[in-house]
Design a protein. Structure first.
Length: 102
């Protein structure tokens, strides 16, 4: 799990332009839907890819379906537009019916 998190963080760091991101780390659990939609913390695509990897990793998935990723990202964006103050992780769980695995 730690290796996947490290790999996801590395991918996120590589995808973000150095000049546009002043922060060194991002706590995705604290990103609100409003921040997600307005790209104020990180680019929406990067956050969507991280979230996809996070939830697929929790369920043991190792395959990336980019078509499904785009459809799921669109659903989360639609859900977020109606719930701007909700965290994006809660929006993923609401929009895609994925739960936190304990």
């Amino acid at each position: 799990m730690k290796i996947r998190l490290l790999m996801a963080a590395t991918l996120l760091a590589v995808l973000l332009p150095a000049t546009s991101q002043a922060q060194v780390t991002v706590d995705v659990a604290k990103i609100t839907c409003k921040q997600f939609l307005l790209d104020t913390v990180a680019p929406t695509k990067s956050v969507a890819m991280w979230l996809s990897g996070y939830y697929h990793g929790k369920h043991g998935g190792t395959v990336v379906d980019f078509g499904a990723l785009q459809r799921e990202a669109d659903k989360v964006e639609d859900y977020c537009r109606l719930n701007l103050d909700m965290t994006v992780m809660d929006a993923v769980e609401g929009a895609l019916a994925v739960g936190k695995k304990q």
